[in-house]
Design a protein around this ligand. Structure first.
Ligand code: ADP
Length: 489
Protein backbone atom coordinates (compact mmCIF):
# COMPACT_ATOMS: atom_id res chain seq x y z
CA UNK A 1 0.00 0.00 0.00
CA UNK A 2 1.16 3.58 -0.64
CA UNK A 3 0.73 5.65 2.51
CA UNK A 4 1.70 9.25 3.23
CA UNK A 5 2.11 10.35 6.86
CA UNK A 6 1.50 14.06 7.42
CA UNK A 7 3.03 14.98 10.76
CA UNK A 8 4.06 18.15 12.54
CA UNK A 9 6.78 16.39 14.54
CA UNK A 10 8.79 13.24 14.02
CA UNK A 11 11.56 11.91 16.21
CA UNK A 12 14.58 12.33 15.84
CA UNK A 13 14.12 15.45 13.69
CA UNK A 14 11.99 17.33 16.22
CA UNK A 15 9.90 16.32 19.22
CA UNK A 16 7.70 18.04 21.76
CA UNK A 17 5.77 14.97 22.95
CA UNK A 18 4.54 11.46 22.27
CA UNK A 19 3.18 12.50 18.86
CA UNK A 20 6.74 12.61 17.52
CA UNK A 21 7.48 9.10 18.80
CA UNK A 22 4.36 7.68 17.16
CA UNK A 23 4.96 9.54 13.88
CA UNK A 24 8.31 7.79 13.65
CA UNK A 25 7.66 4.32 15.01
CA UNK A 26 4.40 3.56 13.18
CA UNK A 27 5.56 4.53 9.67
CA UNK A 28 8.83 2.71 10.31
CA UNK A 29 6.96 -0.45 11.24
CA UNK A 30 4.66 -0.19 8.21
CA UNK A 31 7.67 0.39 5.97
CA UNK A 32 9.33 -2.67 7.46
CA UNK A 33 6.18 -4.62 6.66
CA UNK A 34 6.65 -3.83 2.99
CA UNK A 35 4.46 -0.77 2.40
CA UNK A 36 5.56 2.26 0.41
CA UNK A 37 5.38 4.71 3.31
CA UNK A 38 6.60 8.30 3.18
CA UNK A 39 6.48 11.13 5.68
CA UNK A 40 6.03 14.85 5.18
CA UNK A 41 6.68 17.45 7.87
CA UNK A 42 7.66 21.13 8.09
CA UNK A 43 11.30 22.12 8.02
CA UNK A 44 11.62 24.00 11.31
CA UNK A 45 14.82 25.79 12.26
CA UNK A 46 15.46 23.00 14.79
CA UNK A 47 15.74 20.37 12.03
CA UNK A 48 19.46 19.97 11.46
CA UNK A 49 20.02 19.95 7.68
CA UNK A 50 23.61 18.70 7.82
CA UNK A 51 23.14 16.10 10.55
CA UNK A 52 20.16 14.48 8.83
CA UNK A 53 21.50 14.97 5.32
CA UNK A 54 18.53 16.93 3.96
CA UNK A 55 18.94 17.41 0.21
CA UNK A 56 17.12 19.79 -2.13
CA UNK A 57 14.29 18.10 -4.00
CA UNK A 58 12.03 20.79 -5.40
CA UNK A 59 13.73 24.17 -5.48
CA UNK A 60 10.56 26.18 -5.97
CA UNK A 61 7.46 25.88 -3.89
CA UNK A 62 4.80 28.56 -3.59
CA UNK A 63 1.72 28.54 -1.41
CA UNK A 64 -1.01 31.15 -1.59
CA UNK A 65 -2.73 32.20 1.61
CA UNK A 66 -5.12 35.14 1.65
CA UNK A 67 -3.39 37.90 -0.25
CA UNK A 68 0.09 36.51 0.41
CA UNK A 69 2.31 34.06 -1.38
CA UNK A 70 4.86 32.09 0.63
CA UNK A 71 7.87 30.75 -1.22
CA UNK A 72 10.22 28.02 -0.27
CA UNK A 73 11.41 24.61 -1.31
CA UNK A 74 11.02 20.93 -0.55
CA UNK A 75 13.91 18.94 0.86
CA UNK A 76 14.26 15.24 1.28
CA UNK A 77 16.11 12.67 3.29
CA UNK A 78 15.70 9.04 4.23
CA UNK A 79 14.52 8.24 7.71
CA UNK A 80 17.70 7.35 9.67
CA UNK A 81 18.59 3.69 9.27
CA UNK A 82 15.93 3.07 6.60
CA UNK A 83 15.15 3.86 2.98
CA UNK A 84 11.84 5.49 3.90
CA UNK A 85 11.63 8.98 2.33
CA UNK A 86 10.93 11.98 4.52
CA UNK A 87 9.97 15.25 2.83
CA UNK A 88 10.42 18.62 4.46
CA UNK A 89 8.28 21.58 3.50
CA UNK A 90 10.68 24.47 3.88
CA UNK A 91 8.75 27.76 3.99
CA UNK A 92 11.21 30.00 5.86
CA UNK A 93 8.75 32.83 6.57
CA UNK A 94 6.56 30.39 8.44
CA UNK A 95 8.88 27.79 9.93
CA UNK A 96 12.35 29.25 10.29
CA UNK A 97 11.75 30.26 13.90
CA UNK A 98 13.05 29.24 17.31
CA UNK A 99 9.92 27.33 18.37
CA UNK A 100 7.78 24.63 16.82
CA UNK A 101 4.33 25.82 17.88
CA UNK A 102 5.19 28.63 20.25
CA UNK A 103 7.83 30.91 21.67
CA UNK A 104 8.20 31.43 25.44
CA UNK A 105 5.01 29.43 26.07
CA UNK A 106 2.90 31.67 23.77
CA UNK A 107 1.48 30.08 20.64
CA UNK A 108 2.54 31.78 17.42
CA UNK A 109 -0.30 34.04 16.35
CA UNK A 110 -0.16 32.77 12.78
CA UNK A 111 -0.33 29.04 13.50
CA UNK A 112 -3.43 28.95 11.29
CA UNK A 113 -1.57 30.05 8.18
CA UNK A 114 1.61 28.16 9.16
CA UNK A 115 -0.14 24.81 9.25
CA UNK A 116 -2.71 25.56 6.53
CA UNK A 117 0.17 26.36 4.16
CA UNK A 118 2.03 23.25 5.29
CA UNK A 119 -1.07 21.15 4.56
CA UNK A 120 -1.55 22.66 1.12
CA UNK A 121 2.15 22.25 0.31
CA UNK A 122 2.06 18.61 1.46
CA UNK A 123 -0.63 17.88 -1.16
CA UNK A 124 0.97 19.73 -4.07
CA UNK A 125 4.36 18.21 -3.49
CA UNK A 126 2.79 14.81 -4.23
CA UNK A 127 1.79 16.10 -7.62
CA UNK A 128 5.36 17.34 -8.11
CA UNK A 129 6.69 13.90 -7.19
CA UNK A 130 4.03 12.22 -9.27
CA UNK A 131 3.64 9.82 -6.35
CA UNK A 132 0.05 9.15 -5.53
CA UNK A 133 -0.61 7.70 -2.09
CA UNK A 134 -3.68 5.54 -1.65
CA UNK A 135 -4.09 6.76 1.91
CA UNK A 136 -3.00 9.96 3.60
CA UNK A 137 -2.64 9.48 7.33
CA UNK A 138 -3.20 12.79 9.14
CA UNK A 139 -2.01 13.44 12.67
CA UNK A 140 -3.82 15.88 14.94
CA UNK A 141 -5.04 19.41 14.23
CA UNK A 142 -1.79 20.31 12.47
CA UNK A 143 -2.82 18.06 9.55
CA UNK A 144 -6.62 17.89 9.93
CA UNK A 145 -7.30 20.52 7.30
CA UNK A 146 -6.05 18.17 4.57
CA UNK A 147 -9.26 16.14 4.91
CA UNK A 148 -11.27 19.28 4.10
CA UNK A 149 -8.92 20.26 1.26
CA UNK A 150 -9.28 16.82 -0.34
CA UNK A 151 -13.06 16.93 -0.20
CA UNK A 152 -13.82 20.62 -0.77
CA UNK A 153 -10.95 22.76 -2.05
CA UNK A 154 -11.95 23.68 -5.61
CA UNK A 155 -8.45 23.16 -7.04
CA UNK A 156 -7.88 19.90 -5.15
CA UNK A 157 -11.18 18.08 -5.18
CA UNK A 158 -11.62 18.55 -8.91
CA UNK A 159 -8.10 17.39 -9.72
CA UNK A 160 -8.06 13.80 -10.90
CA UNK A 161 -4.74 13.19 -9.10
CA UNK A 162 -6.36 13.64 -5.69
CA UNK A 163 -9.88 12.34 -6.12
CA UNK A 164 -9.25 8.71 -5.22
CA UNK A 165 -7.01 9.37 -2.21
CA UNK A 166 -8.53 8.36 1.13
CA UNK A 167 -7.73 10.06 4.42
CA UNK A 168 -7.38 8.70 7.93
CA UNK A 169 -7.12 11.10 10.85
CA UNK A 170 -5.53 10.05 14.13
CA UNK A 171 -6.41 12.11 17.19
CA UNK A 172 -3.51 12.00 19.62
CA UNK A 173 -5.03 14.48 22.03
CA UNK A 174 -8.48 16.03 21.72
CA UNK A 175 -7.48 18.94 23.93
CA UNK A 176 -5.47 20.47 21.09
CA UNK A 177 -8.01 21.46 18.47
CA UNK A 178 -6.50 24.04 16.15
CA UNK A 179 -9.32 26.57 16.61
CA UNK A 180 -8.70 29.80 14.70
CA UNK A 181 -10.47 32.84 13.32
CA UNK A 182 -12.93 32.07 10.51
CA UNK A 183 -10.79 33.87 7.91
CA UNK A 184 -8.69 30.69 7.71
CA UNK A 185 -11.46 29.14 5.58
CA UNK A 186 -11.34 31.81 2.88
CA UNK A 187 -7.60 32.43 3.10
CA UNK A 188 -6.74 28.84 2.21
CA UNK A 189 -9.37 28.89 -0.53
CA UNK A 190 -12.02 26.62 0.97
CA UNK A 191 -15.65 27.43 0.20
CA UNK A 192 -17.63 29.21 2.91
CA UNK A 193 -20.32 26.57 2.53
CA UNK A 194 -18.30 24.29 4.83
CA UNK A 195 -18.19 26.90 7.61
CA UNK A 196 -21.27 25.46 9.31
CA UNK A 197 -21.85 23.46 12.47
CA UNK A 198 -21.95 20.28 10.34
CA UNK A 199 -18.68 21.36 8.76
CA UNK A 200 -15.55 22.90 10.28
CA UNK A 201 -17.18 25.72 12.22
CA UNK A 202 -16.74 25.28 15.97
CA UNK A 203 -18.32 27.88 18.27
CA UNK A 204 -17.72 30.61 15.72
CA UNK A 205 -14.14 29.54 15.04
CA UNK A 206 -12.60 27.48 12.26
CA UNK A 207 -11.33 24.22 13.75
CA UNK A 208 -8.77 22.20 11.85
CA UNK A 209 -9.22 19.19 14.15
CA UNK A 210 -12.96 19.28 13.59
CA UNK A 211 -12.31 19.53 9.83
CA UNK A 212 -10.30 16.33 10.16
CA UNK A 213 -12.99 14.57 12.19
CA UNK A 214 -15.79 15.57 9.83
CA UNK A 215 -14.08 15.09 6.47
CA UNK A 216 -11.65 12.17 6.87
CA UNK A 217 -12.79 8.78 5.73
CA UNK A 218 -11.74 7.12 8.99
CA UNK A 219 -10.97 8.63 12.39
CA UNK A 220 -8.81 6.87 14.94
CA UNK A 221 -7.53 7.64 18.36
CA UNK A 222 -4.73 6.12 20.33
CA UNK A 223 -6.40 3.70 22.74
CA UNK A 224 -9.66 1.84 22.97
CA UNK A 225 -10.59 3.37 26.29
CA UNK A 226 -9.97 6.93 25.05
CA UNK A 227 -12.06 6.17 21.94
CA UNK A 228 -14.99 5.47 24.28
CA UNK A 229 -14.23 8.28 26.73
CA UNK A 230 -14.26 11.03 24.09
CA UNK A 231 -17.87 10.25 23.22
CA UNK A 232 -18.79 11.62 26.66
CA UNK A 233 -18.85 15.28 27.76
CA UNK A 234 -16.23 14.77 30.54
CA UNK A 235 -13.58 13.88 27.96
CA UNK A 236 -15.08 15.08 24.68
CA UNK A 237 -13.73 18.67 24.92
CA UNK A 238 -16.99 19.89 23.30
CA UNK A 239 -16.41 17.67 20.29
CA UNK A 240 -18.35 14.70 21.70
CA UNK A 241 -21.38 15.48 19.52
CA UNK A 242 -19.27 15.58 16.36
CA UNK A 243 -17.51 12.38 17.38
CA UNK A 244 -20.79 10.62 18.16
CA UNK A 245 -22.02 11.57 14.71
CA UNK A 246 -18.97 9.80 13.25
CA UNK A 247 -19.00 6.94 15.73
CA UNK A 248 -19.24 4.25 13.06
CA UNK A 249 -15.97 5.52 11.56
CA UNK A 250 -14.16 6.02 14.89
CA UNK A 251 -11.67 3.38 16.09
CA UNK A 252 -9.28 3.10 19.03
CA UNK A 253 -5.87 1.58 18.32
CA UNK A 254 -3.33 1.49 21.09
CA UNK A 255 0.04 3.05 20.35
CA UNK A 256 3.08 0.87 20.58
CA UNK A 257 6.64 1.85 21.39
CA UNK A 258 9.80 1.58 19.35
CA UNK A 259 11.28 -1.47 21.05
CA UNK A 260 14.65 -0.99 19.34
CA UNK A 261 15.13 2.56 20.61
CA UNK A 262 13.66 1.65 23.99
CA UNK A 263 15.47 -1.58 24.77
CA UNK A 264 16.93 -1.85 28.28
CA UNK A 265 19.14 -4.75 27.19
CA UNK A 266 21.02 -2.67 24.61
CA UNK A 267 20.40 0.96 25.66
CA UNK A 268 23.73 2.78 25.72
CA UNK A 269 22.28 5.83 27.48
CA UNK A 270 21.83 3.97 30.78
CA UNK A 271 24.49 2.98 33.31
CA UNK A 272 24.20 -0.77 32.73
CA UNK A 273 22.11 -2.91 30.40
CA UNK A 274 19.16 -4.42 32.23
CA UNK A 275 18.30 -8.09 31.94
CA UNK A 276 14.54 -8.52 31.96
CA UNK A 277 14.29 -11.93 33.61
CA UNK A 278 16.83 -11.46 36.39
CA UNK A 279 16.66 -7.68 36.77
CA UNK A 280 20.46 -7.62 36.63
CA UNK A 281 21.73 -4.12 35.93
CA UNK A 282 18.83 -2.32 37.62
CA UNK A 283 20.72 -1.80 40.88
CA UNK A 284 23.54 -0.05 39.02
CA UNK A 285 21.06 2.09 37.07
CA UNK A 286 19.37 3.10 40.31
CA UNK A 287 22.67 3.98 41.97
CA UNK A 288 23.68 6.03 38.93
CA UNK A 289 20.38 7.92 39.00
CA UNK A 290 20.74 8.56 42.74
CA UNK A 291 24.18 9.98 42.15
CA UNK A 292 22.95 12.17 39.31
CA UNK A 293 20.21 13.52 41.56
CA UNK A 294 22.52 14.08 44.54
CA UNK A 295 20.67 11.51 46.66
CA UNK A 296 22.30 9.11 49.12
CA UNK A 297 23.05 5.88 47.27
CA UNK A 298 20.84 3.66 49.39
CA UNK A 299 19.68 0.62 47.45
CA UNK A 300 16.53 0.00 49.51
CA UNK A 301 14.96 3.45 49.61
CA UNK A 302 12.13 3.58 47.05
CA UNK A 303 13.03 5.92 44.21
CA UNK A 304 10.02 7.50 42.48
CA UNK A 305 10.28 9.06 39.02
CA UNK A 306 8.13 11.27 36.82
CA UNK A 307 8.91 12.43 33.28
CA UNK A 308 6.33 14.66 31.69
CA UNK A 309 5.19 17.91 30.22
CA UNK A 310 4.31 20.09 33.22
CA UNK A 311 0.70 20.87 32.34
CA UNK A 312 -2.65 20.46 34.06
CA UNK A 313 -3.50 17.40 31.93
CA UNK A 314 -0.66 15.45 33.48
CA UNK A 315 -1.98 15.72 37.05
CA UNK A 316 0.88 17.87 38.26
CA UNK A 317 -1.31 19.38 41.01
CA UNK A 318 -1.92 15.91 42.41
CA UNK A 319 1.75 15.14 42.18
CA UNK A 320 2.70 18.34 43.99
CA UNK A 321 0.24 17.53 46.79
CA UNK A 322 1.46 13.96 47.07
CA UNK A 323 5.09 15.08 47.17
CA UNK A 324 4.34 17.23 50.23
CA UNK A 325 3.33 14.12 52.14
CA UNK A 326 5.97 11.83 50.64
CA UNK A 327 8.79 14.16 51.64
CA UNK A 328 8.03 13.35 55.28
CA UNK A 329 8.79 9.69 54.50
CA UNK A 330 11.92 7.79 53.60
CA UNK A 331 11.68 8.06 49.80
CA UNK A 332 13.50 9.75 46.94
CA UNK A 333 11.72 11.53 44.10
CA UNK A 334 12.94 12.86 40.77
CA UNK A 335 10.87 14.86 38.33
CA UNK A 336 11.98 15.62 34.78
CA UNK A 337 9.83 18.07 32.86
CA UNK A 338 9.25 21.45 31.34
CA UNK A 339 6.09 23.47 31.06
CA UNK A 340 4.04 25.87 33.13
CA UNK A 341 6.13 28.28 35.11
CA UNK A 342 4.17 27.87 38.35
CA UNK A 343 5.04 24.17 38.43
CA UNK A 344 8.65 24.78 37.51
CA UNK A 345 8.98 27.34 40.34
CA UNK A 346 7.30 25.04 42.84
CA UNK A 347 9.59 22.14 42.02
CA UNK A 348 12.70 24.30 41.93
CA UNK A 349 11.90 25.49 45.41
CA UNK A 350 11.15 21.93 46.63
CA UNK A 351 14.47 20.67 45.30
CA UNK A 352 16.24 23.54 47.02
CA UNK A 353 14.63 22.68 50.35
CA UNK A 354 15.01 18.90 50.15
CA UNK A 355 18.14 18.31 48.07
CA UNK A 356 18.71 14.80 49.47
CA UNK A 357 15.30 13.45 48.51
CA UNK A 358 13.74 15.62 45.81
CA UNK A 359 15.34 16.47 42.48
CA UNK A 360 13.76 18.70 39.85
CA UNK A 361 15.29 18.51 36.39
CA UNK A 362 13.49 21.26 34.55
CA UNK A 363 14.67 20.65 31.03
CA UNK A 364 13.96 18.51 28.03
CA UNK A 365 16.52 15.74 28.26
CA UNK A 366 16.09 12.51 26.31
CA UNK A 367 19.10 10.84 27.96
CA UNK A 368 17.90 11.61 31.45
CA UNK A 369 14.45 10.29 30.50
CA UNK A 370 16.04 6.93 29.69
CA UNK A 371 17.96 7.01 32.97
CA UNK A 372 14.83 7.71 34.98
CA UNK A 373 12.95 4.80 33.42
CA UNK A 374 15.95 2.56 34.11
CA UNK A 375 16.74 3.78 37.61
CA UNK A 376 13.47 4.46 39.40
CA UNK A 377 11.57 1.76 41.25
CA UNK A 378 8.19 3.40 40.81
CA UNK A 379 7.02 5.67 37.99
CA UNK A 380 4.17 8.13 38.54
CA UNK A 381 1.48 9.09 35.99
CA UNK A 382 -1.41 10.89 37.73
CA UNK A 383 -2.96 12.24 34.48
CA UNK A 384 -6.40 13.87 34.47
CA UNK A 385 -6.79 12.35 31.03
CA UNK A 386 -4.38 10.38 28.89
CA UNK A 387 -5.23 9.45 25.30
CA UNK A 388 -2.61 6.70 25.28
CA UNK A 389 0.50 7.69 27.16
CA UNK A 390 3.90 6.31 26.30
CA UNK A 391 5.79 6.91 29.51
CA UNK A 392 4.07 4.07 31.37
CA UNK A 393 5.12 1.70 28.60
CA UNK A 394 8.74 2.87 28.64
CA UNK A 395 8.74 2.61 32.44
CA UNK A 396 7.40 -0.96 32.43
CA UNK A 397 9.84 -2.04 29.75
CA UNK A 398 12.71 -0.71 31.87
CA UNK A 399 11.37 -2.26 35.09
CA UNK A 400 9.94 0.81 36.86
CA UNK A 401 6.46 -0.01 38.19
CA UNK A 402 3.80 2.53 37.14
CA UNK A 403 1.36 4.09 39.58
CA UNK A 404 -1.18 5.63 37.22
CA UNK A 405 -4.63 7.11 37.08
CA UNK A 406 -7.23 4.78 35.56
CA UNK A 407 -7.95 6.80 32.43
CA UNK A 408 -7.52 6.38 28.67
CA UNK A 409 -4.58 4.35 27.48
CA UNK A 410 -3.34 3.90 31.04
CA UNK A 411 -6.28 1.56 31.65
CA UNK A 412 -5.39 -0.38 28.51
CA UNK A 413 -1.73 -0.85 29.40
CA UNK A 414 -1.36 -1.04 33.20
CA UNK A 415 -2.87 -4.13 34.81
CA UNK A 416 -3.48 -3.39 38.50
CA UNK A 417 -1.68 -5.53 41.05
CA UNK A 418 -3.21 -8.02 43.44
CA UNK A 419 -1.12 -10.85 44.82
CA UNK A 420 -3.09 -13.29 42.71
CA UNK A 421 -2.65 -11.29 39.51
CA UNK A 422 1.05 -10.82 40.22
CA UNK A 423 1.48 -14.56 40.67
CA UNK A 424 -0.47 -15.30 37.50
CA UNK A 425 1.92 -13.05 35.61
CA UNK A 426 -0.64 -10.47 34.50
CA UNK A 427 -0.30 -7.54 36.93
CA UNK A 428 2.11 -4.80 35.89
CA UNK A 429 1.40 -1.79 38.12
CA UNK A 430 -1.05 0.18 40.26
CA UNK A 431 -4.07 2.23 39.24
CA UNK A 432 -6.25 4.74 41.08
CA UNK A 433 -9.62 5.96 39.89
CA UNK A 434 -10.67 9.20 41.56
CA UNK A 435 -8.78 12.27 40.51
CA UNK A 436 -7.53 13.47 43.88
CA UNK A 437 -4.26 13.48 45.78
CA UNK A 438 -5.61 11.14 48.48
CA UNK A 439 -6.41 8.38 46.00
CA UNK A 440 -3.08 8.91 44.26
CA UNK A 441 -1.17 8.71 47.55
CA UNK A 442 -3.01 5.56 48.55
CA UNK A 443 -1.91 3.87 45.34
CA UNK A 444 1.67 5.08 45.81
CA UNK A 445 1.64 3.73 49.36
CA UNK A 446 0.38 0.37 48.12
CA UNK A 447 3.31 0.23 45.75
CA UNK A 448 5.81 1.32 48.40
CA UNK A 449 4.39 -1.21 50.85
CA UNK A 450 4.89 -4.08 48.42
CA UNK A 451 8.35 -2.80 47.50
CA UNK A 452 9.43 -2.67 51.14
CA UNK A 453 7.76 -5.76 52.54
CA UNK A 454 7.47 -8.36 49.83
CA UNK A 455 10.51 -8.46 47.65
CA UNK A 456 9.47 -11.73 46.01
CA UNK A 457 6.20 -10.37 44.67
CA UNK A 458 7.76 -7.02 43.82
CA UNK A 459 10.34 -8.78 41.74
CA UNK A 460 7.69 -10.85 40.00
CA UNK A 461 5.68 -7.69 39.31
CA UNK A 462 8.77 -6.12 37.73
CA UNK A 463 9.33 -9.22 35.59
CA UNK A 464 5.68 -9.13 34.47
CA UNK A 465 6.02 -5.47 33.49
CA UNK A 466 9.28 -5.99 31.63
CA UNK A 467 7.86 -8.97 29.73
CA UNK A 468 4.83 -7.11 28.35
CA UNK A 469 4.85 -6.76 24.57
CA UNK A 470 4.32 -3.11 23.66
CA UNK A 471 5.80 -3.40 20.19
CA UNK A 472 4.02 -1.88 17.20
CA UNK A 473 3.41 -5.21 15.48
CA UNK A 474 -0.18 -5.69 16.57
CA UNK A 475 -1.20 -2.06 16.14
CA UNK A 476 0.45 -1.81 12.72
CA UNK A 477 -1.74 -4.71 11.58
CA UNK A 478 -4.80 -2.91 12.96
CA UNK A 479 -3.89 0.24 10.99
CA UNK A 480 -3.43 -1.84 7.84
CA UNK A 481 -6.95 -3.15 8.38
CA UNK A 482 -8.31 0.37 8.66
CA UNK A 483 -6.45 1.61 5.59
CA UNK A 484 -8.03 -1.32 3.73
CA UNK A 485 -11.41 -0.33 5.07
CA UNK A 486 -10.89 3.26 3.92
CA UNK A 487 -9.94 2.07 0.44
CA UNK A 488 -13.10 0.00 0.23
CA UNK A 489 -15.35 2.99 0.99
P1 ADP B 1 2.40 13.54 25.70
O1 ADP B 1 2.52 13.21 24.25
O2 ADP B 1 1.02 13.93 26.12
O3 ADP B 1 3.43 14.51 26.18
P2 ADP B 1 3.22 10.77 26.14
O4 ADP B 1 3.32 9.94 27.37
O5 ADP B 1 2.43 10.18 25.01
O6 ADP B 1 2.68 12.20 26.56
O7 ADP B 1 4.68 11.03 25.56
C1 ADP B 1 5.63 11.82 26.24
C2 ADP B 1 6.99 11.61 25.59
O8 ADP B 1 7.80 12.75 25.85
C3 ADP B 1 7.74 10.43 26.14
O9 ADP B 1 8.59 9.93 25.13
C4 ADP B 1 8.55 11.04 27.29
O10 ADP B 1 9.69 10.28 27.61
C5 ADP B 1 8.92 12.36 26.65
N1 ADP B 1 9.19 13.46 27.58
C6 ADP B 1 8.29 14.26 28.22
N2 ADP B 1 8.92 15.22 28.92
C7 ADP B 1 10.24 15.04 28.72
C8 ADP B 1 11.43 15.73 29.17
N3 ADP B 1 11.36 16.79 29.96
N4 ADP B 1 12.63 15.25 28.75
C9 ADP B 1 12.69 14.17 27.95
N5 ADP B 1 11.63 13.49 27.49
C10 ADP B 1 10.42 13.92 27.86
Amino acid sequence: MRILFVCSEVVPFVKTGGLADVCAALPKKLHERGHDVRIVMPRYRAVDVAKFNLLPLMPEMKVRYGGDTFSGEVMRTSYPGTEMPVYFVDLPNLFDRDGIYNASNHDYLDNDRRFACFNMAALWLLKGLDWQPEVIHLHDWQAGLIAALLKHHPEVCTNEFFTRIKSVLTIHNLAYQGNFGPQLVGDIGLPWSIFTSEGMEFYGRASTLKAGIVYSDIVTTVSETYAEEILRPEYGANLEGVLNARKSRLHGILNGIDTKVWDPATDTLIAKPIHAASGKGRAECKAALQELCGFPKKPNVPLLGLTTRLTGQKGIDLFADAVNTLLTEDVQIVVLGTGEERYENLFREGAHRFPRKFAAKLSYDETLAHRIYAGSDIFLIPSAFEPCGLTQMYAMRYGAIPVARATGGLVDTVIPATIERIEKGVATGFLFTHYNAGAFLEAIHQAIHLYRNDQGHWDKLRRNAMARDFSWDRSAVAYEGLYGKALAL
